[in-house]
Design a protein around this ligand. Structure first.
Ligand code: 8ID
Ligand code: ZN
Length: 349
């Protein structure tokens, strides 16, 4: 029975539209927390979910969102990790089985039974959201929840991707899609990890932002006549980037990256453009000993570490805030590639 309602952005079917309305109140299960949301970042993944971009079934009707920060207001009787009132984050990995081979090796993102916030279970574009306590993030007292929200997906994902790249302090990473949500955080994490950054994206606003965030060079993919040559020229000795972090929502750079990665370098695919393929010439890949890999969010420890960088003041990425009801407008801007950095939704009290 409906006790009372809370405000949510609900997609009734794939393709939308989004309906801003009140929905019934669920109770947290024995191992779950109920979090009163204060802020939720808007990730391009949320737009992929709404558009049905991926061959991965999505729950409908759906409350999207997976970068949610707020406070615990109720918890199940088994929950030991959180007290009522604690600041908490709900991430893409809403829950996982914790007992399969992947979970045992702390690759929770590979768990076949993982529950995904804003995809297979309702997410954070609402006043209250539920998550498994074991997978939810603890956020220290006094940390600003608006700036912390994007760390919960974008931050963790790029931090993990940079670790997976194997790039070491002093080496150069090319960040493709550097002006977007993940990209802006990737520049900051890369810098905090002692890496040098070449940003690749389009337009003067994103160029200025990337430079401010610490990119030593910027290549504008909308202007460059020879992107491969320009990226290589921006790396030490013109040898190419030690690692490439692919965050763009477009297939072309996924085909191009092995051309400007350095011999022995690593290409890390993170962005998830619809219907896209990775393709690389076999000869070039073999004789230059190039590694190509994927990276998908992060495990619980990656989450703790990524938040720790943020809480120590090392990660400052620009974001704009907007009320929850404006989500459709933000998706429109995102579709057009017009967002430099991240949008964070303010959830009504
Ligand atoms: O765990 C994961 N693998 C994971 C986690 C979170 C998000 C993957 N993602 C995926 C999202 O689903 C999405 O496909 O990463 C991608 C980027 O998410 P985002 O940062 O939230 O998207 P955005 O803010 O729209 O930024 C994308 C940027 O790419 C640029 C755009 O200009 C924009 O700034 N871009 C494009 I589109 N084409 C480009 C190109 N050819 C490009 N930049 C350089 N070269
Ligand atoms: Zn995300």
């Amino acid at each position: 029975a409906v006790v009372f309602g809370w405000w949510a952005q609900v997609a009734e079917k794939v393709g939308g539209p989004l309906v801003y309305k009140q929905i019934p109140v669920p109770k947290p299960g024995p191992d779950e927390i109920l979090v009163k949301m204060r802020y939720s970042g808007v990730c391009h993944t949320d737009l992929h979910a709404l558009n049905g971009d991926w061959p991965l079934p999505v729950k409908m009707p759906l409350v999207g969102g997976h970068e949610g920060a707020g406070h615990v207001v109720a918890k199940g009787e088994l929950v030991k990790e959180f007290e009522i009132g604690d600041a908490a984050g709900i991430k893409w990995l809403n829950g996982s089985c914790l007992s399969c081979e992947f979970c045992r090796q702390t690759d929770e993102s590979c768990c076949a039974d993982a529950a995904l916030s804003g995809y297979t279970v309702d997410g954070t574009f609402q006043q209250y959201a539920i998550g498994k306590a074991a997978l939810a993030s603890k956020i220290s007292k006094g940390v600003p929840l608006d700036a912390a929200a994007p760390v919960l997906c974008a931050g963790i994902t790029v931090y993990k991707g940079l670790k997976e790249s194997g790039a070491r302090p002093g080496e150069t990473v090319a960040i493709v899609g550097a002006g977007g949500g993940l990209g802006s955080l990737a520049i900051q994490y890369a810098r905090a990890m002692g890496l040098r950054v070449v940003g690749i994206d389009g337009g003067s606003e994103k160029q200025a932002m990337c430079k401010d965030l610490g990119a030593e060079a910027f290549v504008d993919f909308t202007q460059s006549k020879d992107l491969v040559a320009d990226v290589k020229a921006a790396t030490p000795g013109g040898l190419g980037a030690h690692a490439v972090i692919l965050l763009a929502v477009s297939e072309k750079p996924f085909q191009q990256a092995t051309e400007y990665v350095r011999s022995r370098g690593t290409v890390v695919a993170i962005g998830l453009p619809a219907n896209a393929y990775l393709k690389a010439p076999v000869l070039n890949t073999v004789v230059r000993m190039i590694t190509i890999k994927g990276s998908y969010v992060g495990n619980r420890q990656d989450g703790v570490e990524a938040l720790d960088f943020f809480e120590r003041g090392l990660i400052k990425a620009p974001f704009k805030t907007a009320p929850l009801k404006d989500l459709p407008k933000i998706f429109e801007l995102m579709e057009q590639g017009k967002i430099a950095g991240r949008y964070v939704l303010e959830i009504p009290e």
